[in-house]
Design a protein around this ligand. Structure first.
Ligand SMILES: [Fe+2]
Length: 306
């Protein structure tokens, strides 16, 4: 049923503070009513909507299904006793309901928009040299900047990882890719794709751990992180490479102490799961491949007020 991540809605105390951060992060913004909506350059799909309010809070997650998935989802929600609500955040189309911990979910019949940005260079690996006679870097590379292509995933905090996983798999049709017992669980869409579009991390209460945007290569991860750090934003974790998802990463603290991640080279899983063997290991075994980049103590903390 749930096949894609469309966008995320977040309430923040100052829209201008959010505009400055996410614009420097590499997103494009426009005003929609009283809100600020961000997109990736070259892609006609909203990715982040900032709503002005009294305090920072992850407001909702908008997910995509297809025509066949919507009636199945509706039947599952009815069977589960989940109430279908009016739109609590304006005039967005689709279905609105709350998960077991009160977090709002919006589901629309929609496919993710394609990126019109040119694909980056091929990668040369030992024995598999696919870039022949073409430079990966030239003097133009000196002006390179992070160019997010899409919102790939988010991690939400939950007071009960098992309960969240049960609801999002059994009722919404998502699948568990890897997990760390009842501390962390990575979920992908029903049709496969990215290793995770949504993950749950244990906390005392709900909230946003991080939003993660795919960039074109490893250079863009580090150029983006450097740009934000030079501007005074807080370096949070990276560069490194996760075990859960295999993606290279760098995290920067947003102005409200949630994390914004650049990622590249994530694992992709086929719809029929063939060849994929889920891990269930301690969280530190999923976090970082490189021993040079252990996560700082505050990395798993929930800074969103309950
Ligand atoms: Fe991530």
């Amino acid at each position: 049923m749930i096949r894609s991540l469309l966008h995320v809605g977040m309430t923040v105390p100052e829209l201008e503070t959010g505009r400055a951060f996410y614009e420097l992060f590499g997103l494009e913004h426009r005003a929609v009513g009283n809100d600020l909506v961000f997109r990736c350059a070259g892609r006609a799909q909203d990715q982040l909507r900032l709503i002005e309010g009294s305090r920072k809070k992850l407001s909702y997650v908008s997910l995509g299904t297809n025509e066949a998935g919507m009636p199945v989802l509706l039947a599952n929600l009815e069977k589960e006793g989940v109430r279908i609500a009016g739109n609590p955040f304006g005039d967005l189309p689709g279905l609105w309901f709350q998960d077991p911990h009160g977090d709002w979910i919006n589901v629309q019949v929609a496919e993710p928009a394609p990126s019109l940005v040119a694909v980056g260079n091929e990668v040369n690996s030992p024995g598999n040299y696919r870039r022949i006679g073409t430079r990966a870097c030239n003097i133009d590379s000196l002006a390179k900047r992070a160019r997010p292509r899409r919102l790939g995933h988010l991690i939400k905090f939950t007071p009960d990882v098992n309960r969240s996983v049960d609801f999002y798999t059994r009722v919404l049709g998502m699948k568990v890719t890897d997990r760390a017992h009842d501390i962390l669980a990575f979920l992908r869409g029903s049709a496969g794709g990215d290793h995770h579009m949504l993950a749950f991390a244990k906390s005392t209460h709900t909230g946003l751990h991080h939003l993660s945007f795919e960039v074109g290569d490893f250079d863009e991860i580090e150029l983006g992180a450097h740009t934000l750090i030079q501007a005074g934003y807080k370096d949070a974790f990276g560069p490194g490479r996760h075990v859960g998802g295999s993606n290279y990463f760098h995290y920067i603290r947003d102005p409200w102490n949630s994390l914004a991640e650049y990622f590249w080279d994530i694992d992709i899983i086929p719809e029929d799961d063939s060849g994929w063997e889920p891990l269930d290991v301690p969280p530190e075994q999923l976090t970082a491949v490189w021993p040079t980049t252990p996560p700082p103590p505050e990395f798993p903390m929930n800074f969103e007020a309950p």
